[in-house]
Write a protein that binds this ligand. Structure first.
Ligand code: KGT
Length: 279
């Protein structure tokens, strides 16, 4: 069994503040015995779309990733972290990227969010992620981490089960969804979506999350960072008590238990690819 830490925090529009919070969580998770910590989507900053361009041009955006890399190394822990990845030819837009950094500080994987959150929900929110973000054009093969084979997706991607089924077919044992879910859709869908993806893929689902009101922005996030096991049980969840503080929950990843779940209900041997396509 290997211990994983799943973080919940409220990023602000100041990158240096978010870096300080992240480094503290990384060190605490390592001290607690976790081999890998999952930080949310947009850990580096959450800011109004009008300030995204200048933040992308700032030096702090590179210092953020370098800071996480050097602390991953000094604390000897793997880190998954959601960041805004600048695009050299595009001064206004970025990729919404999940980085996986190993315990030597090296970037092992980089997944650029494929599905952008362009929605208009009455009584909820109107948001156009594509105004500041360029969609990724591919998925990443699952990578080996201390927890097991890990497939990478981000936030809104959770509404597209084709992607998670494909990651399972490619051998994933763990699927990550670093997130910053909206409050209205979070209350209605977050837990159902996470548990559904875990049940269908028989994978551990790691869902680090942004929570609460983000200083310097009008955005509020749903939180409820959690880990779901391959049977669909929530085995760890961050507190919902306010005022929110940066925190993490810990969960044991047990690949024997995962195998038992898959043995007892062999969904992958029972698929009907003669009727519907294989993903
Ligand atoms: O880049 C940033 O600043 C942070 N990114 C986000 O907050 C992203 C895009 S706006 N949020 C989501 O995808 C929420 C999905 C959601 O809430 C749902 O599917 O219901």
């Amino acid at each position: 069994m290997t211990l994983a830490a799943i973080a919940q925090m409220s990023s602000t529009g100041v990158i240096a503040e978010n870096l300080a919070v992240s480094l503290k969580l990384i060190k605490q998770a390592a001290t607690a015995g976790a081999k890998m910590i999952f930080l949310p989507e947009a850990t580096d900053f959450i800011a109004p779309s009008s300030s995204v361009g200048s933040l992308l041009q700032s030096k702090d955006i590179t210092s953020f990733v370098e800071g996480v890399q050097s602390t991953a190394k000094s604390s000897s822990i793997w880190v998954s972290v959601g960041v805004h990845e600048p695009i050299p030819q595009d001064v206004k837009r970025c990729y919404n990227t999940q980085l996986v950094i190993d315990n030597k500080g090296e970037i092992q994987a980089r997944y650029r969010k494929n599905h952008l959150f362009d929605v208009d929900i009455k009584g909820g929110i109107t948001i156009l992620e594509s105004s500041t973000t360029v969609p990724g054009q591919s998925m990443e093969e699952p990578i080996n981490t201390p927890l097991g084979k890990t497939g990478l997706l981000t936030c809104y991607d959770i509404r597209f089960p084709e992607a998670s089924l494909r990651l399972r077919r490619q051998g994933s044992e763990i699927i990550t969804y670093p997130s910053a879910f909206a409050v209205k859709t979070g209350a209605a869908h977050w837990e159902v979506l996470l548990r559904s993806r875990a049940i269908e893929t028989q994978c551990y689902v790691m869902a680090a999350a942004q929570v609460g009101t983000h200083a310097g922005s009008s955005r509020t996030s749903w939180g409820h960072a959690m880990v779901v096991d391959p049977f669909g049980t929530i085995i760890a969840q961050c507190s919902d008590m306010q005022p929110y503080r940066p925190t993490f929950c810990l969960a044991d990843v047990d690949l024997e238990w995962l195998k038992e779940t898959r043995r007892s209900m062999p969904l992958w041997d029972q698929r009907r690819h003669d009727i519907y396509p294989e993903l």
